[in-house]
Design a protein around this ligand. Structure first.
Ligand code: IMP
Ligand code: MG
Length: 195
């Protein structure tokens, strides 16, 4: 697996520092809303790429919270650009109504913006008391920068990245750093069993 990596863009210490800092900021922003009424905090992680980010983030958020996952796919298999976002109903567990919930939607990366736009539409139709969005990474490209998002841990160059939850062909999610792949790997030339 290590042989397929080109560059480490963000190392594990930098990720840990920033996740802690972002969690504090989110908690500080949510606390006034949560103390005002009876509404619950509900996190909506988008599967599968956000799982490691969410797992780390919530351990720095000492708040009463529920988690309702949503699955949205747009990069099937070895694709390295969006094929249009669609919801996987079987892996989505959203309550019919989100009235009485403050929602924090969490995704791994903001690229074309299709995933966040679709998720926003689905969640806001269920009328949460408040709605915020958070991503680990945002690519420095016009479509991503133009998509509203409340919390961004890191802005990165417009490159295909893997690790810390992000995949290529469902591999590399377990890398502890955020990395780029060697060009021949990203072009689909992986040998079977290498990862
Ligand atoms: P968007 O819908 O184009 O904004 O892309 C968001 C989704 O595409 C993310 O949730 C990821 O699953 C996937 N994605 C986008 N860019 C990358 C990347 O560089 N590496 C791995 N997955 C990516
Ligand atoms: Mg995703």
């Amino acid at each position: 697996m290590q042989a397929d990596i080109d560059q480490v863009l963000i190392d594990r210490q930098a990720i840990a520092r920033r996740v802690d800092e972002l969690a504090r900021q989110i908690v500080a922003d949510l606390e006034p809303d949560l103390s005002r009424g009876e509404a619950d905090l509900t996190l909506v992680p988008i599967l599968t790429g956000s799982i490691i980010f969410v797992a780390d983030l919530i351990r720095h958020m000492p708040l009463r919270m529920r988690i309702s996952v949503m699955s949205i796919t747009s990069y099937p298999g070895k694709a390295t650009s969006s094929r249009g976002a669609s919801v996987e109903a079987a892996l989505t567990r959203l309550p019919e109504s989100l009235a009485g919930h403050h929602v924090l939607l969490i995704d791994d990366i903001l690229d074309s913006g299709n995933t966040l736009r679709l998720a926003r539409q689905i969640v806001t139709e269920r009328q949460p008391d408040s709605f915020r969005t958070c991503v680990l990474l945002r690519k420095k490209r016009d479509a991503a920068m133009a998509t509203p998002c409340d919390y961004v841990a890191f802005d990165i160059p417009d490159q295909f990245v893997v690790g810390y939850g992000l995949d290529f062909d469902d591999l590399y999610r377990n890398l502890p750093e955020i990395c780029t792949l060697r060009q021949e790997v990203a072009a689909g030339a992986t040998e079977n069993g290498r990862c």
